[in-house]
Design a protein around this ligand. Structure first.
Ligand SMILES: Cc1ncc(COP(=O)(O)O)c(C=O)c1O
Length: 396
């Protein structure tokens, strides 16, 4: 029986994830995959997490297996508030933090709380494809604003704000997909533009801790713009499989509605995961652990950039990320990344063509490459194969 006539408009408007589709093709162990956004599994503190699992069961007994409160484990929320206060000089309390089932759930909740069909959302062009997916359920109108080397283009942001917009979604540090980071000056400008506008700024920051070059920069919104939301996650610093992320906002009214949406969605985030992560960070130095991940990713990013320098035709341009997990390549005029993709798969290399990171554009010359899930030798070999294909495709 066909289901088409029974489906909601929301699900019909929501694209399936291109990356999840690719991941199937890339799961062939012979394929060198630059496609997913997987952290390097050697960074997972497995032994320490095993100890934490045992310890939390012994210490807290049935509480770690019982239903729990929607906002999340208070100790973990307090830890998050303290950590952001320490690093960014903020004044957050436990009441400004809600634990979510990954920051992906936060995106879903924000869409549900703020959007009706036809409402405007300003996004970067390109942006995180699973954010497009999450917001699409509510059938908004997307207003993409160009992403430059400095971040979202301020003049275009001003122009986009002339539309009936509910929120702006931005990834200011090591953006997914481009690896770009907003400059200090541009953050300041955007803050000025958004001041007293009556819109929400959503800053999604899963990668900020993974800076391997330069200095950490202040957020645009939190602590400065009263309607702002900051999203964080333990996915890239501890493990993604525990599905533990968080929403920070000083706007308690907004948090109240988000909490109601979360209640309706899943009651609360897996409490066992929350206890384990809390125990892990209480008994270990998270900053030291993150420093090791940074060193690892610095080497992997460098290996990819060195290999691109050596094997990619000079017409191919690419970003040089200061942190995070991705870089973004732009092919010369006339070369489509989508048509390179099947050829690359034949050579057992996967990447993500740029198309799904745009709300309104097809057949592009851009591609996302992840460098965190293969060792340096493998990265080099994958880039060598891609370089060979590009040499064949580029007409001179
Ligand atoms: C920009 C961005 N936001 C959110 C997420 C989701 O992360 P989580 O594992 O916390 O749900 C990702 C994951 O790759 C991401 O890149």
């Amino acid at each position: 029986m066909s289901m088409k006539h029974l489906l909601s408009d929301g699900i019909k408007a929501t694209p399936p994830s291109f990356v999840r589709g690719i991941l199937k093709a890339a799961s062939d162990p012979e394929v060198i995959s630059f496609a997913g956004g997987l952290p390097n599994p050697i960074s997972f503190p497995q032994e320490a997490l095993l100890e934490s699992m045992e310890r939390v069961v012994k210490t807290y007994g049935s509480s770690v297996f019982q239903y729990s409160v929607t906002a999340g484990l208070p100790e973990l929320r307090q830890y998050i508030a303290d950590r952001y206060n320490r690093i960014f000089g903020l004044a957050l309390t436990v009441d400004h933090v809600i634990i979510t089932t990954g920051s992906q759930q936060a995106l879903d909740l924000i869409g549900k709380v703020l959007l009706d069909k036809g409402d405007g959302v300003i996004v970067e062009k390109p942006t995180y494809l699973a954010a497009i997916q999450a917001f699409s359920m509510q059938q908004p109108v997307f207003y993409p604003v160009d992403l430059t080397e400095e971040g979202m283009a301020p003049e275009q942001l001003e122009a986009a704000l002339q539309n009936p917009v509910k929120f702006i979604y931005a990834i200011p540090d090591f953006q997914n997909p481009t690896g770009l980071t907003y400059s200090a000056g541009n953050r300041e400008r955007i803050r000025g533009i958004l001041k007293d506008r009556g819109v929400v700024l959503v800053e999604d920051d899963p990668y900020g801790d993974l800076r391997f070059e330069g200095e950490r920069l202040p957020y645009i919104g939190v602590g400065k713009l009263p309607g702002s939301i900051l999203l964080g996650t333990f996915s890239k610093t501890v493990t993604p499989g525990m599905r533990t992320g968080f929403i920070i906002s000083e706007n308690r009214e907004l948090l109240k509605y988000i909490s109601v949406a979360k209640e309706a969605g899943d009651l609360h985030t897996n409490i066992f995961s929350q206890y384990v992560i809390w125990d892990y960070i209480k008994n270990h130095d998270l900053d030291q652990h993150i420093a090791k991940i940074r060193t690892l990713y610095r080497q992997q990013a460098q290996a990819m950039m060195d290999a691109m320098e050596q094997y990619f035709p000079p017409e191919v341009k690419y970003t040089r990320p200061e942190g995070g997990m991705f870089l973004w390549a732009t092919l010369p005029e006339g070369v489509s990344a989508m048509s390179l993709f099947p050829k690359a798969l034949e050579k057992k290399v996967a990447f993500v063509p740029g198309d799904p990171f745009y709300t309104d554009m097809k057949n592009l010359r851009t591609m996302r490459l992840n460098y965190t899930n293969a060792d340096c030798e493998t990265i080099r070999e994958g880039i060598r194969r891609l370089g060979g294909l590009l040499e064949e495709l580029i007409e001179r």
